[in-house]
Design a protein around this ligand. Structure first.
Ligand SMILES: Cc1cc2nc3c(=O)[nH]c(=O)nc-3n(C[C@H](O)[C@H](O)[C@H](O)COP(=O)(O)OP(=O)(O)OC[C@H]3O[C@@H](n4cnc5c(N)ncnc54)[C@H](O)[C@@H]3O)c2cc1C
Length: 470
């Protein structure tokens, strides 16, 4: 069977490794428009901040393709799909026939159509990070355009390099998709204390040498401008090939497009009306397609994902999940706000179940809340105990489920790689005694890395239980 994968980002690279792990017989060719070996895009803000180097974020080593008998065409974009002949055509003029084709072309940054925008750098690739870091070395002031998750991470990373940063955002508050207005305000104040000034409700109208002009108020001085204005799925190949496309390439629960030989996964795919912008759905989709195309599990299906967003910015703790914008009329809201302390916590509850949450400033309760959100389990009567795990009284089921002791085996500890406490326990029982060993066996911690402490805690607890010293 000849498998061709177009796109060697987080979804495409994962699919290749999952297929090879299941079958040695599939002939695999992967095309990547980026010349670099695939890397963990989620960690790019660490590269900008200088806390991770290029090689540290790679997903595979230099010899991986040769060792796994995979043909990797790095730096070669696919330009057309010939569905009648079942072949792709690449930019270098070559054709590659396929039995199964998987599109994993991801997204591209939205570049606002304003004069001078060519002076700004997008923030999507390792090469973008190099450009940003090079410019930051001589810059005196930076502006980041776009106050979503990426913009906030980029601004924090640049401030960490010692640059005064202004973060511009068109909406009334930061991260408006994940946060309500008060959380956005508290986040802005937290960032201000770290050297990032925020201006909301403004559009950049022009970038000239040394400054950015705005729709409201005076210009902002900047000799480094970073764009974080959102992303758009890369769907041109699919559309030109006559496949169904709305915002993303339309796929069913098998991740198949309207052509049974063609699948789409990751940020370019649209499943049940949703285009996901996080890595966990992309990796889950890769696993389902690998099961189906190798025959390892022909009944595997993708049923959609529940998303938890975590900011990865030093000294800014933030997690948000689900429907955070519901009002008191639509849901039960439990809220605690202490702006001076940079703390904001909110639970959104419907029919006694958690449907949304924001934790800002302190995220100790995130594991508990994520489990309750994932499982849709009934909440304990003591709502405050959920927001303040230390206060949870007796009988507050669900509260303190962060503790390895009370966490059920079914609790998902690593969301990026869908690893439960039960799998970590099984891994420990087979001899894994540290995070690296668990990561090697399960891939837990290798996505955003946010679960590292939880994995470490579980291993420590298991060792203690069994009297094993490490
Ligand atoms: C700075 C940053 C921080 C992020 N933080 C988080 C986070 O904390 N948590 C989280 O879950 N997600 C995060 N994300 C999002 C996450 O990285 C994406 O969801 C994930 O990378 C999607 O994987 P993908 O393979 O679909 O797309 P991509 O990783 O974008 O890969 C697509 C690849 O396909 C290639 N390609 C496109 N067209 C062609 C063609 N015609 N021929 C050959 N190759 C082609 C592209 O060059 C690209 O390399 C972050 C993203 C960024 C940029």
């Amino acid at each position: 069977m000849r498998l061709v994968v177009v796109g060697n980002g987080m979804a495409g690279a994962r699919l290749v490794s999952e297929v090879r792990a299941r079958s040695a017989d599939v002939r695999i060719t992967v095309y990547g428009a980026e010349a670099a070996r695939p890397y963990n895009r989620v960690l790019l803000s660490n590269v900008v901040a200088g806390t991770a180097g290029r090689e540290q974020v790679r997903l595979v080593g230099p010899r991986w393709y040769a060792e796994h008998d995979v043909t990797a065409r790095l730096g070669v974009a696919v330009t057309a799909i010939d569905r009648d002949a079942r072949a792709v055509v690449a930019a270098d003029g070559t054709r590659e026939p396929y039995d199964v084709l998987v599109l994993a072309t991801g997204s591209e940054p939205v570049v606002p159509p304003i004069p001078g925008v060519e002076r700004a750098s997008p923030f999507r690739t390792l090469d973008d990070c190099d450009r940003i870091r090079e410019a930051a070395a001589t810059a005196r002031r930076a502006v980041v355009i776009g106050g979503g998750l990426l913009g906030v991470e980029a601004a924090r990373g640049l401030a960490g390099l010692g640059l005064p940063v202004t973060l511009l955002h068109f909406a009334g508050h930061l991260m408006e998709r994940q946060l309500d207005a008060e959380a956005g305000l508290v986040l802005g104040e937290t960032l201000a204390a770290l050297g990032v000034a925020t201006r909301t409700g403004v559009n950049a109208t022009r970038i000239v040498d040394g400054r950015v002009e705005l729709s409201e108020g005076g210009p902002v001085e900047a000799d480094l401008v970073v764009l974080a204005c959102g992303v758009r799925p890369v769907v041109g190949l699919a559309r030109d090939a006559g496949l169904g496309v709305e915002r993303g390439v339309l796929v069913d629960d098998e991740l198949r497009t309207g052509d049974r030989a063609v699948f789409a996964i990751g940020e370019c795919a649209q499943h049940a009306g949703t285009v996901y912008g996080l890595v966990a759905p992309a990796w889950e989709q890769a696993s389902v397609v690998a099961d189906i195309v190798t025959g390892a599990d022909k009944e595997a299906r993708y049923r959609g994902s529940r998303l938890v967003t975590r900011l990865k910015a030093s000294r800014v703790e933030l997690a948000a999940m689900g429907e955070t914008h519901l009002t008191e009329d639509e849901a039960e809201i439990v809220r605690f706000s202490h702006r001076r302390d940079g703390t904001y916590r909110k639970l959104v509850i419907r029919d006694g179940r958690l449907v949304g949450a924001i934790l800002l400033g302190e995220t100790a309760a995130v594991g508990t809340l994520t489990q309750l959100f994932d499982r849709g389990a009934p909440l304990p009567a003591d709502r405050a105990g959920l927001l303040f795990p230390g206060l949870a009284g007796p009988g507050a089921d669900g509260a303190a489920a962060d503790s390895p002791v009370r966490m059920p085996d079914s609790a998902r500890v690593c969301r990026c790689n869908d690893v439960t406490k039960g799998r970590i326990r099984a891994c420990w029982e087979s001899g894994a005694r540290d995070v690296a060993a668990v990561a090697a066996a399960t891939r837990a911690t290798t996505g955003c890395g946010g679960c590292r402490d939880a994995v470490d805690g579980i291993i420590g607890w298991l060792c203690e239980q069994e009297g094993v010293s490490v």
